[in-house]
Structure formats: C-alpha cells, structure tokens
Design a protein around this ligand. Sequence first.
Ligand SMILES: [Zn+2]
Length: 435
Amino acid sequence: MPSDTRRFTLLKAGVLIDGRGGPPIERGAVLIRDGRIAAAGPERDAAAPDGARVQTIEYPRMTLMPGMVDAHTHSNGFGDGRPGDELAGLPDEVLTLQSARNARLSLLTGVTTVRENGAKNATTLRLRDAVEQGIAAGPRMALCGRAVSIIGGHMSYFGIESTGPDEARAHTRRLIKEGADYIKITATGGSTSTSFPLRPSFDVDELRAITGEAHKFGKLTAAHCTSTQGVVNSLDAGVDMIIHCIFKEPDGVDGFREDVAERIGEQGAFVNPTLHVSRSANWAIERRKAERGLTPAEQAELDEGRRSLDRRMDDCRRMIEMGLKVVTGSDSSWGSYPLGNTPYETECLAMAGYSPMRALLSVTRDSAVSIGMGDRVGTLEPGKEADVIVVNGNPAEDVGALWNVVDVFLGGRRVDRGSEESRAGIRQQPPACDG
Ligand SMILES: [Zn+2]
C-alpha cells in the first residue's frame, strides 16, 4: 500500500461527545480531512492512516462535541429591547452590517449553524453571500429570507404581505427563487404593533398553499404560533415546526391543550419553545426595577411576564414528557435576548425537564435534523462537516459547560476567536437581584 500523503487534523480530548445519543467517550478523538470528519470515537479508532501528514491538537482536560446548531435566530436584531417595528425602520445596509456582527458573535461562542427566522428584505441572503466570499465570518446559515405574513401581520414590516392562496403561493415561489432554504410563516400575530398575537393570521387554505408549495420543492416550513388556534391551523396545513407553541385563547386565557400536543407528536412536527426570550424580557424589567423602581403598570407587566413564563415552562415540561421533538432555537437577537447567548435557551429546556444530555442533543443533533441539515451537521460522524467545538467541562453532566467554549472548528478550520477581552461583553448577564 502506498503511504497516504493527504493532510489530516487530529483533535484529541479527555472526553468526546459525538452527539449520536450514546454516553460520552473517554479519551476521544476526531480526525478531519478536507473539512470533513474522517473518523470520530475512542482515540485508537480515530488514528490517521500510516504515513499521512497529521497536525495533532490535544485538549487533555476538555470535551470535544459537535458545534451548536441554533434553530432560531434573528441576526438583524440588537437584543436591546427595541421592538421589531423600530428595527425594520433601519436601512437594509445597516441591518446587513449588524447581521454580520451578530453572525460572528454566534460563531465565536460555538454556534456553527443557525437557522435565520426572518429578516428585512434580502439582508441575510446578502450576508450569506459575503460569508461565502470570505468577507465576513459566520456560521452556516439556513435562511428564509423574510417571513410570509398577512397584511399588517407579524413581521410584515420585513417585506412580505400576502392575501389569499394565490399570492401566498407566489410569495413562497419568490422566496425560493431568491435562495430561501425553508419558509417561515407567521401563523398568528406577535409583537408587531399592527398584529393580533392571540389570533390566527392566515386562513388554513392560505397556509396550505404555502406548505404545499414549499414541500413541492423539498423545503421545510416553520410557523410562528402565539395562540392555540395558530398551532391548530398550522397542523392542519402540515407545518414542519411549531415556533413558540403558546397555548392561549383569544381572551388571553392560557391552558395547555393535550389533544393539540398529541397531534404535534402524531404529525412529527418539531417544537421550538423560545423560553429565554421571554425570560430576557423579564430580566430587562427587573434590571429597571433595581435601577429606578417600577411604575404600577411596569410591575404588572413583570408579574404577568413571570406568570406567563412559568406557564410556558410547565407546558414545555409536558411536551418533553409526551416525547415531542423539542429543540433549541434561541430567538436571539429578538427583544432583549442578544445573539451569542444560545446556551441560555438550552438551559431553559433543561430546567423544563431535559436531562443535560438531552438538552445538549437539542442544540446539536436534534436541532440540525429539525432544520433539515441532519445529514451535514449536528453530530460527529464520518462524512459530516467538521464543525467541532472544544469546551472546558462536560456539558453532558452540566449544560452550563456550553458557556466554556475554548476553541471552535468550522469545516475543519480553527476559528480566530480574538482576545478574551474582546469576547467579554458577549454574555448577557442576569439582573443583580431577583426581587
Ligand atoms: Zn423569532
């Protein structure tokens, strides 16, 4: 046999979590060639062929795991509490630059794939072009372009307002033509000032036109649902992912609907609960409270926010117990939740009932599958993209270790993460007191 002269990179660590669901492997290694994983497993099983040129990097007291996959980001956002209505008033050029900044922050913190959930016009599509040309640094991106919305509906300010099945179908085709990887639908109102969060937006025939068209071209769909009827309508239309999954009636009364949750399970739809974006909103008010006190209206908002979050935590716990496919999608930088903080959402899912390992899978393997990229990323297996992160600690025992990323490899290339000082401001801090 002639000796193998190709170049390999071999990463060795005290622990390897391959993201396939088995227990962590002591003294594990990942062998990389041409940006892809050639082997992953115990050190002895991941050696390079005899005679190959190998660069070996050792992390004896660290853990190797798949790069994180965040199924729900808004890189246009600032995470400083400004409403989407205000965000959409910024010019596309500014939003594209802000998106580039956010994409880089995500990557530095170990997120190697994101699914963008709605941005203004073509800003994220242009950002991806720039990343592919090496102008900007960022994770792999699954894009929807902008969300499909009704007139005045949630995120309609980003550029699409559809009426009737024909126009909804036309807009779906247009997005696919522009390069969308999947179709995001706002099936209820939301924080958009002209929308109604507790009521459905599209009619079911309009939703079916969108999902039918998307599926015809092999594209997935995901629907923003902040009311029970929105979830039901989305299920009627065969939507692949239910986002937020809030069980509320038009009068604001919330009540978990086990029958609806069962349907989600039967249809195999994924659920993206977005808990921390709500907790962030509470944190912002709590911070204000510590700084200057609250008006009665603000205190009432905080009380309602806490009550609502408790309810949603409980709903999430029930969906986890029912075996639904609950994944990490942060929703950052929406509202007060800045990008670069994906582990907060994974921690919330652990608080809602996931074991640390299941929580970890929710931000690697399962989130990758949920966005249709399970064949390329999400686990450390031969043939997949070499998106690997190195963390200090073992996140299969403590999800908090996801904050301690020490190295990031994207497609086998080590990411320049800059200095520790330059990364110091990325992490969102909880309010000082929880009064
Ligand atoms: Zn969102």
